[in-house]
Ligand binder design. Structure first.
Ligand SMILES: [Mg+2]
Length: 269
């Protein structure tokens, strides 16, 4: 993994000539991580740059988040011409796109039962945040005392195990969060490839350069998907296990990259 700005001269030329399809995660990528997801927001500068990019005829922006679609859209109020995907790809909405998956009734009843059980069993643990995202359920334990984290995780796994075994759900881990999701469904990798294919159909495919920027485990599916065909950027301290080619230290470096891209694509006009 190499720091993106170390290769900037080479990348700059590549970025300049192509139509860019920029895929962005939200939390930890555009917005610094906060104690509770409600508080997270991107800086005003980032918002303005995204607004600029979304108006360029040589760029397309998609936000791929683990938040529910409504939740992530609310973070971009006032911006237009952006594609949003919530629930790690389970919901997609944008100009001329609206997509939500067919979810089985077995899954719906499983998630309801899990939510009820977890609400009761986790009640004594302070700081637990159980978030119902419609198509998925997230257990946030960032605010839980270190000594109680293991207990919270045990309760979670004991509750979900029979549904995992029955093939009705799957479980994913992220940064201080455990999630219940449909067993067979889309991940961020599948959704970015789908969106890219759709864009290629509308445009000359050979000129599209996809870029994916993200900071979490769920972003690895997208890094894998674009490994050979695009620019993949991990946000955070470099980790050997990541499938991304480049890294940026933090959200402010992501803003810096987006600012540079906006500048390059303004020169083109
Ligand atoms: Mg993230």
């Amino acid at each position: 993994m190499v720091h993106l700005f170390k290769k900037w001269d080479k990348l700059k030329n590549k970025l300049k000539k192509k139509f860019l399809f920029i895929f962005l995660d939200f939390d930890g990528t555009l917005a610094p991580i906060t104690k509770t997801p409600v508080k997270a927001d991107m800086p005003e500068e980032t918002r303005k740059i995204l607004q600029g990019l979304s108006k360029k005829s040589s760029c397309k922006i998609a936000v791929i988040s683990g938040r529910s679609l409504e939740d992530v859209k609310n973070k971009f109020t006032g911006l237009s011409n952006i594609i949003y995907s919530g629930n790690h790809g389970l919901e997609i909405e944008g100009p001329k796109i609206k997509f939500s998956p067919l979810i089985s009734s077995g899954y719906k009843s499983a998630i309801k039962a899990i939510k009820n059980t977890l609400q009761n069993k986790l009640l004594p643990i302070k700081g637990i945040l159980l978030e119902d995202k419609g198509f998925s359920l997230s257990l946030h334990y960032r605010l839980v005392d270190d000594k109680q984290v293991a207990l919270a995780k045990t309760i979670f796994h004991e509750t979900v195990i029979k549904y995992v075994g029955g093939g009705r759900i799957k479980v994913r881990a992220g940064k201080k969060v455990l999630e219940v999701r449909p067993a067979s469904e889309w991940d961020k990798g599948k959704v970015v490839l789908w969106l890219l294919a759709r864009q290629k159909f509308a445009k000359d495919g050979s000129k599209i350069l996809p870029i994916y920027i993200g900071d979490d485990l769920t972003d690895e599916d997208a890094f894998k998907a674009f490994k050979r065909i695009g620019i993949t950027v991990f946000v955070g301290r470099p980790v050997r296990s990541s499938n991304a080619k480049y890294y940026l230290e933090d959200t402010s470096e992501v803003t810096k990259l987006l600012r540079h891209i906006l500048e390059i694509h303004s020169e083109n006009e």
